[in-house]
Design a binder for this molecule. Structure first.
Ligand SMILES: Cc1cc2nc3c(=O)[nH]c(=O)nc-3n(C[C@H](O)[C@H](O)[C@H](O)COP(=O)(O)OP(=O)(O)OC[C@H]3O[C@@H](n4cnc5c(N)ncnc54)[C@H](O)[C@@H]3O)c2cc1C
Length: 550
């Protein structure tokens, strides 16, 4: 895909003037501006630059990566959020190939087992990275369900293929249409009787940031199969991957400006024309305008429409509509740097810890332990280890007035459980930090601190998810708030789609968006009346804890 530069030159977008910001020059005019350096923004910027465009990527934080970043404390490198990167180390896969084409040098450490599941009354179930071994293991644990295991996975394999065509390649097909309405639990209930095997088959579903009875079976099938093509950890940690993408963009002539918060997307005559930014500096915040005929927002969708485009451009109904959609639940994180702990015991304790077979346990008690030092010991000082605990927390930011108390309460519950699983662990702690929903929001601007954008429920995927094009001409969305969905693999696909639309000069993109929004706008006119208010529990209509969540 090559960008037709002559068109841009005719429109006079060749760089002429430059702003000097933080002592460096940045051209006032470029071919494309990308807002946000999440993986969606970074990959999209790279693809556009490879296509011949002059790209400026703007990030409000002082680090790249959004949810794929890391921070250092006392010599420990902690992944801020993401740790499992399916497919990326396998160059024969859709997304692995993109990274190879972009010449991203990140080294990937393969995970095997893929995960561990701990349930009361069952030995730990370690998921082998080899698919046939996985099936054999399930059958040997549940011999009376053996034939069903074969049937279930034969159907899931088909679902995965048709789902890939449908969600990732945009190829409509009857099979996907038939399966898209199912949730994970509906399909499990259709096939299995034993609650223990059902629990094992959805044990990692909390990573979807919603309950398995609300998560799309088809989307889950796609990603679940992908794990067996390789799930990876980036050597050096998540920041290494984000920084490698940043360096690749610069190598292609792109520019990256960090500590630059976009305040407004400039729209003239219905077309995106550039952005106004404010530098993030305590002492001297300054405003600048950058111009470009193409703008891509990798930022949160509510933020993009409400704050950057504005009600006057997109209509009040749009903001109301977005708020009527269901975001994923945020994730509470505890990061611990340890010295001299038993590495084998940590590894055995890793994985998802359930306290019952009830699916709602996923947002009450379940937590996940990840041990990055198992994959790369160099992310900790010699003789030290890291554990990261993740717990889905069904909270909304405006519901919590005392964040210190909230953090302390969740920490205490997690520490109690951790002491049972790893006795004496506290004697080894060198550093301990935690991050709440508000921390996620603060560092990434993700609305409600949502883990993966909108919930991956059947009604919020496919055509029903926000399109990559917007009603503003030449303004696009990439990342987990738009199609195809949340998680690293989907956001890379969204970046690829957007880059293709732009580089191919896809004239129908805006038309498609117009159709989508015209339809939603009509639906919203009567829908808005029953949009749950932000401060009501109604927002989580299916949340089993909604009356006690406050
Ligand atoms: C705790 C946790 C664990 C996860 N684990 C996994 C996992 O193991 N595997 C997996 O596949 N997925 C995982 N996910 C999900 C995955 O991380 C996300 O779906 C994905 O990283 C989102 O990428 P994105 O491109 O949408 O951008 P984001 O990561 O959301 O980044 C958006 C960027 O835009 C910037 N920005 C926002 N507003 C502005 C503005 N006005 N001006 C400038 N910049 C702005 C932000 O600062 C941020 O850097 C996890 C998520 C969480 C929270």
């Amino acid at each position: 895909m090559e960008f037709d530069r002559s068109e841009v030159e005719e429109r006079g977008t060749e760089a002429s003037m430059a702003h000097v910001i933080f002592g460096r020059e940045y051209p006032e005019q470029v071919d494309a501006i990308v807002i946000g350096s999440g993986i969606g923004g970074l990959v999209c910027g790279n693809l556009l630059a490879r296509g011949g465009m002059k790209v400026l990527l703007l990030e409000r934080h002082f680090m790249l990566g959004g949810y794929c970043s890391a921070f250092r404390r006392k010599g420990f490198i902690f992944d801020a959020a993401t740790h499992n990167y399916p497919l990326l180390g396998n160059p024969t896969t859709l997304t692995g190939k993109i990274l190879r084409e972009l010449e991203i040098p990140t080294e990937w450490v393969k995970m095997d087992p893929l995960d561990r599941f701990h349930f009361p009354g069952l030995p730990t179930f370690a998921v082998p990275a080899d698919f046939s071994q996985y099936l054999e293991k399930l059958k040997s644990w549940f011999p009376e369900e053996a034939a069903t295991v074969d049937r279930y996975f034969a159907e899931m394999r088909q679902a995965c293929l048709y789902g890939l065509l449908y969600y990732f390649k945009g190829v409509d097909n009857e099979q996907a249409r038939r399966l898209e309405r199912y949730t994970i639990t509906e399909k499990l209930d259709e096939h299995f009787r034993d609650p223990r095997i059902k629990a094992i088959l959805m044990a990692d579903a909390p990573h979807w940031g919603s309950l398995a009875n609300r998560t799309s079976y088809l989307f889950d099938a796609m990603l679940r199969f992908s794990y067996f093509l390789g799930s990876y950890y980036p050597r050096g940690g998540s920041q290494k991957f984000a920084d490698d993408l940043g360096r690749a963009l610069i190598a292609q002539g792109g520019k990256i400006l960090k500590c630059a918060a976009v305040q407004q997307i400039l729209v003239e005559n219905g077309k995106a024309q550039g952005v106004r930014i404010r530098t993030v500096s305590k002492r001297f915040p300054q405003e600048y305008v950058f111009r470009a005929p193409v703008v891509v927002s990798n930022a949160d969708a509510v933020h993009t429409y409400r704050d950057l485009i504005g009600e006057e451009q997109c209509g009040r109904w749009m903001i109301d509509y977005l708020k009527s959609l269901q975001p994923t639940y945020p994730c509470f994180l505890m990061h611990m740097g340890l010295r001299g702990a038993d590495a084998a015991a940590l590894e055995t304790a890793s994985g998802y810890h359930w306290s019952s077979y009830d699916l709602t346990d996923a947002i009450r008690n379940v937590f996940n332990i990840f041990v990055p030092t198992h994959y790369d010991p160099n992310v900790a000082p010699p003789g030290c280890q890291i554990i990261i605990i993740q717990k889905t927390t069904p909270v909304r930011l405006e519901e919590i007035s005392d964040w210190a108390a909230h953090k302390a309460a969740v920490e205490q519950r997690l520490l109690e459980r951790l002491r049972e699983i790893l006795p004496g662990i506290e004697d080894h702690i060198v550093v301990r930090l935690s991050a709440s929903a508000r921390t996620s929001y603060y560092y990434t601007n993700n609305w409600q601190g949502a883990r993966l954008g909108w919930e991956m429920s059947p009604g919020q995927l496919g055509d029903a998810r926000l399109p990559n094009a917007t009603p503003v001409e030449n303004l696009y969305l990439t990342g987990h708030w738009t199609q195809p969905g949340g998680g690293i693999t989907p956001v890379i696909i969204s970046a690829q789609r957007v880059a293709r639309m732009i580089l191919k000069g896809c004239l129908t993109a805006a038309d498609l968006a117009a159709q989508y929004f015209a339809f939603r706008s009509a639906a919203v006119t009567h829908h808005v009346e029953r949009v749950p208010s932000e401060d009501s529990n109604e927002f989580w209509p299916h949340h089993p804890l909604s009356s006690s969540a406050k």
